[in-house]
Design a protein around this ligand. Sequence first.
Ligand code: GLC
Ligand code: MG
Length: 695
Amino acid sequence: MRDLTLLHPEGTISMRICHIALQGCLRLANVSYGITADTGGHIKYLLELVRASAADPDVTHIDIVTRGFENEKLGEAYAPDAGEVSGKLRLVRLQDGEAAYLPKEQLWQQHEALCDAFLAFLGSCGELPDLIHAHYADGGILARAAKERFGIPYIFTGHSLGAVKRQASQGVGDEEIERRIAIEERVLEAADAVIASSRDEAEAQYSHYEGIDSGRIRVIPPGCVLDRFEDATPSDTVRGELQRFLSEPEKPILLAIARPVRKKNLMALLEAYAGNARLRKQANLVIVAGCRGLLGDLEQECREVIEELIAAIDRHDLYGRVAYPKSHAPGDIPAYYALARETGGVFVNPALNEPFGLTLLEAAASGLPVVATDSGGPNDIIERCGNGLLVCPTDRAGIAAACLDILSDEDKWTRYSKAGSTAVREYDWQAHCDIYHRLIREITFPQIAPSAHNRLLVCDIDNTLLGDRAALREFLSWQQDHRQNVVLGIATGRSFHSAQAILAAENVPTPDVIISSVGSCVHWYDRDRRRFVEDAAWSNSLLRNWDPDAVADLAVALGLEPQGFLEQKPGKASFFVGKADVNTLAEDLRRNGFAGETVISHGRYVDLLARGSGKGAAVKYVAQILGLEPNQVVVAGDSGNDIAMLRACQHPIIVGNASDGIRDHPALAHAYTARATHAAGILEGVQHFRKAGLW
Ligand code: GLC
Ligand code: MG
């Protein structure tokens, strides 16, 4: 536990951080990306992170620990004695008794020696780091050893996961993948927190591991340096290149930029285009799929993908409409986006799974609307940037329809273009570090828990707590003054990680309890262990009478359309209204044997929940666990999925900007309807109940 004397004069805490990243050829500057297969994205991530991290005056020192090796071809820069220092940053190369460069697949052989070297290094440090941040599983093994020896907490970032690889190879893992997964399990088991870049990583990818529970995973989107895209203009080179392919080059461009590998699913886009006459008439298709000299020189998979694309262009006779440039310089890429924007086009990423989705941010920065796969990181990007539409990557007609939808609606196109170029600025390393450093403080510093709580305040997130930043600041200052007595709860339709990520991004202090997925999930913040813990008793109690397949079949039969895969949770099946009749829906479901809860919000979302679930039931459960009486609970909400909660509580607040007709809802006559909107409405309601002596 940290000593309070380490407080800075301003009352903040100084931090010494030690990163471990063992792979590839790491240096503090002038990294030769691609020099080995392992000198890639994670190094860029790490260096951009530490640079922004070092800019925070609270961070006093950062060590980066990597593996030293000697290799004539790679040069002398990586030898064990070739440490580097730059300002607060120090790069240390461990000597593990093996002089050769080792690719990541072989690092496990050195675990023992690397642990010894790392512990010896820490022992010689004088001052131990407050926190270790390990990158990739091998780094995690060293962090775990340091935690066992010195009690230093650690954060883990996976960057890429064995379980995802295993899944891509259809579930059959070879020895190497299985070993890697076992190492990851060990690292996850003892990690104090795990940083994921997207909700898909947090909720889908990590669900394959037993060593990690949802409460320790945090979604913090990485920063992205996008200046090159923000002010790009179309270039003559790129125009000239496309003129070689297109007979009417001024038409809107559907642009795809991706490596020619199967999982990028470029063929689905081509077939979507070929199969829709209106789309073919309205737009050209431009596929920028890497660079090639002779096809025969490409790796087999890339060659096959290109050959299949060319064969399909020929089969559908798409000459004059589809461009597939043979090569480009790195500087041409921003110009492709800019040209697509100039023509009023759309960027399309149809990948079968996209772990993060950097190209979507590039498109957003370029002001180009997107159509993207609903599998992986794009969910978060489109939720945050509001710059386009998600599609199921195997639904070719759906891909074409989404493209046409944007191309044919000028207002929509402009809205997506503007929203994207504004919101993309939030993908910033400084913003990342604000959240990251708060997480580190949370892990390394004792927490103040509500010590004498006698009241509970539960707020919905979207359009209630969030939506007006000035009001939020005011609310939070009230909340800080009352945190000894008032337990702060959140109740949201969002998933747990989505809720946590948006609260962190908006600088809301860690709440005491999060009710997520419209009441189907409850997480408590354990201030002693500094982590969220899922309330398994609650979720398990709901699942007894829940048959997700039967629910989905019935819903689809009634005309509902499923929401994306990440919105489907145990005890929660979520849909868009689609062709269903909202007025009779609940009754239609009941008549067909559905015994759970039906929740309709914003005239658009339909959540089907296990019987006994919902925000209302969850708030009652939470109050009961806290030992509070109904009159000690205040709740605040704005829309359809808050009705059950507002109805179930004695002291409900409806904020001024409420929708779904809840102000006039017959069951909510007892609610306080605030004049003020968003968080200011919560405060107004709180003050009302306080003044009336009711709370
Ligand atoms: C959030 C959830 C969605 C749900 C909606 C209404 O947007 O992500 O699944 O349908 O809230 O509750
Ligand atoms: Mg809301």
